[in-house]
Design a protein around this ligand. Structure first.
Ligand SMILES: Nc1ncnc2c1ncn2[C@@H]1O[C@H](COP(=O)(O)OP(=O)(O)OP(=O)(O)O)[C@@H](O)[C@H]1O
Length: 286
């Protein structure tokens, strides 16, 4: 049976104007799970609930075999938030000593290698690092205490494409060893499309879908057609649709079936961004 690094079951959190509603998904060992959703969808609330930073109202969270986050060794989890994770008046050399006393699994050799590899200066204060450097530094730290599960909130937002690509490569490196797993939230869906094994799409506090990425990319499709063809479509098969000028765009879950059934219509693959947009902004026929 597939081993899970993380499992959420019915996690619910009520705020005055927002409810994170019955969230269930899992992160299999050796995989990268991308949590996507627009601003305010509930991604950070989900991640904070997992880390025990926000107290959930109900539901269970099992992390690395334990349903109590306090019982999970801090060595085993790496956390990377958008922004400063560490006292920024210190430099990596000083912080390395701090981490050696915090993490029983701290590996100074890996730390120094990572800093050299990512051109992060040992003697420069973290507060003088650029945003991208801070992010790479946080991930290097997570590698250096050999964490098994890496959780990143908005790891690539606000970074240029080259640094984003480096960070995505770091995450792919991290899971090469099958025991390592990653949960990463982002609203840059193209980044997650490159690296994630599974995509969990959250909208207004609810999960819209949680699926293997390949299934989404290989199976979902968009039918492009005119009004008469749209009227003739089987409405049961339509997930959502949009009308642009004279063209209808229709999201379906089985592209090949649509190609065979509607030979006159154009059916094209859908990327994650398009799938997300259609779910959020598209019209419904049922
Ligand atoms: N401590 C809090 N008290 C009240 N409401 C909160 C609190 N924290 C978050 N919220 C609300 O919960 C909702 C979801 O916020 P959350 O930060 O989880 O979204 P997000 O998907 O991470 O968004 P973004 O991509 O913009 O970071 C928002 O409406 C937010 O205002």
């Amino acid at each position: 049976m597939e081993k899970l690094a993380l499992k959420l079951d019915g996690v619910t959190k009520h705020y005055k104007d927002f409810t994170l509603n019955n969230i269930s998904f899992s992160v299999p060992e050796g995989s990268i799970v991308g949590l996507i959703g627009e601003n305010g969808a509930g991604k950070s609330t989900t991640i904070n609930s997992i880390l025990g930073l926000t107290k959930k109202d109900s539901g269970t969270i099992t992390m690395l075999g334990s349903s109590n986050i306090d019982e999970v060794s801090k060595d085993e989890i790496g956390v990377v938030f958008d922004g400063n994770n560490y006292p920024d008046v210190l430099n990596p050399k000083q912080l390395g000593k701090v981490f050696a006393s915090i993490y029983s699994t701290w590996d100074m050799n890996t730390y120094e290698k990572m800093l050299t590899k990512f051109k992060l200066p040992m003697n420069k204060k973290i507060k003088n690092f650029s945003k991208g450097m801070k992010m790479k530094y946080s991930i290097s730290v997570a590698f250096s205490h050999h964490s098994k599960l890496l959780i990143l909130d908005e790891a690539t937002s606000g970074l240029d494409p080259i640094i984003r690509d480096e960070i995505l490569d770091m995450l792919l490196d991290f899971i090469q060893d099958e025991e390592h797993s990653v949960l990463v939230s982002s609203h840059i869906t193209s980044d997650l499309e490159k690296i994630a094994d599974y995509i969990v799409f959250i909208h207004e506090g609810k999960i819209i879908f949680s699926k293997p990425k390949d299934e989404l990319l290989e199976k979902y499709g968009i039918i492009k057609c005119g009004a008469a063809q749209f009227d003739a479509l089987d409405k049961e098969e339509i997930i959502a649709y949009r009308k642009q000028d004279y063209e209808w765009q229709v999201l379906v879950a089985d592209r090949q079936k649509a190609e065979k059934k509607y030979r006159k219509a154009m059916v094209i693959p859908a990327n994650i961004d398009e799938i997300m947009l259609m779910y959020v902004r598209g019209g419904r026929t049922r």
